[in-house]
Write a protein that binds this ligand. Structure first.
Ligand SMILES: [Zn+2]
Length: 128
């Protein structure tokens, strides 16, 4: 991790109150925003009232945007049920061969093997 030299700490003292961590980061791209905020707090540098209220407005706008995104995701999920939930299966006896198999529901009474056999038997182009 990059070190904070006295010159960088000076820059934070100078830039942080008006420009926040973003302005400091422009001067020291090696440091992350989170790290700059942390260091500013440690050396007692705070955002000016103006910058702070701007930041709060940005935060509110960001939150509103992410709420919209979350709502969109929720409605998407609602229109596509079961896409990411595991299939519930229960053991059942196959009506055709009598073997136990994992049924996917009340409509699923024939095992996979028999289903494919059935599909072959009733294939319209099989000549039968
Ligand atoms: Zn079967």
């Amino acid at each position: 991790m990059a070190r904070y030299t006295p010159a960088k700490l000076d820059a934070i003292r100078r830039l942080y109150p008006e420009g926040g961590a973003a302005a400091c980061r422009a001067a020291m791209p090696a440091h992350s925003l989170a790290s700059i905020i942390q260091v500013a707090g440690r050396i007692g540098v705070k955002l000016s009232e103006k910058a702070y209220s701007l930041k709060m407005q940005e935060g509110a706008a960001l939150r509103a945007a992410s709420d919209k995104k979350a709502a969109r995701l929720r409605s998407y999920k609602y229109t596509k049920p079961g896409q990411d939930s595991p299939r519930v299966t229960s053991p059942r006896k196959c009506l055709r061969c009598g073997n136990d198999f994992e049924s996917e529901g009340p409509m699923n009474r024939i095992c996979g093997a028999c289903k494919s056999l059935n599909a072959k038997e009733y294939e319209p182009n099989s000549g039968g």
